[in-house]
Design a protein around this ligand. Sequence first.
Ligand SMILES: O=C(O)CCC(=O)C(=O)O
Ligand SMILES: [Fe+2]
Length: 253
Amino acid sequence: MDREDTGAVVIPMPEPRLQMGAQQLDKAAGEEPGVFNGGLAAAPALDELWLDELADGLSEHAWMELDLAARMPAGLLDALHHEVSVLHNAEAMRRAGIGRGEDLMKDRSIRRDQIAWMEGITEPQAMLFRFLDELMAGLNRRLFLGLKRYEAHYATFEAGDFYKRHLDSFRGRASRVVTLVMYLNEGWGLEDGGELRVFSAEDEERVVGLMRPEHGKAALFLSEEIPHEVLPANRTRFSIACWFRQDEVPLPL
Ligand SMILES: O=C(O)CCC(=O)C(=O)O
Ligand SMILES: [Fe+2]
């Protein structure tokens, strides 16, 4: 099993290349009125019954598939998709690593995606963060996980890219506790590959799920329990990975 991946950055700091991407974004937003300028719809409060389902899914199976399209403000997923594609085209994403700090390794035999940490500054990111705040509070009320904060990044897998089987967190370290991966790809067919393969918490050889990274779909799972992998994509695949954490500040190594 591979080491926890933190992408090295735990508290997102301004990232020059991300800022460059943000400038490109502003430009793109100006050039394409309607994407952002139309304004995003106000966020509906998260449905309590839906939060109950999430909490049950996590406590009974340690993972579940979600359909976020109807749960998020109208237009938000499209705005996020637009943002990541602009960042990608501006080459503002960087190779993801494994491990943290000085141990950060960019081992291309394990993972090949590119990432950009989110800072919640742009309108779509701010709206996503409000959604994540509510989700975290809803899970805390039900599962007493003591989730305190989250970190999130965009990820791009280009054709041929993959991420071999791993856990998102070391067992017992209680840093990353719940993982949410949101997919942003319209019309993702079987021929496009890039599925998330989910393994049993008890037996890491047993496949318990295979998810196509289709726009609006998401995977929710316990970071320390569920081994998973991303199969090679056959075309560019966009997603957002988010981790809810129990620690207030990053743990010293
Ligand atoms: O994109 C996915 O489906 C999963 C990504 C992942 O496992 C990770 O970033 O840790
Ligand atoms: Fe992962």
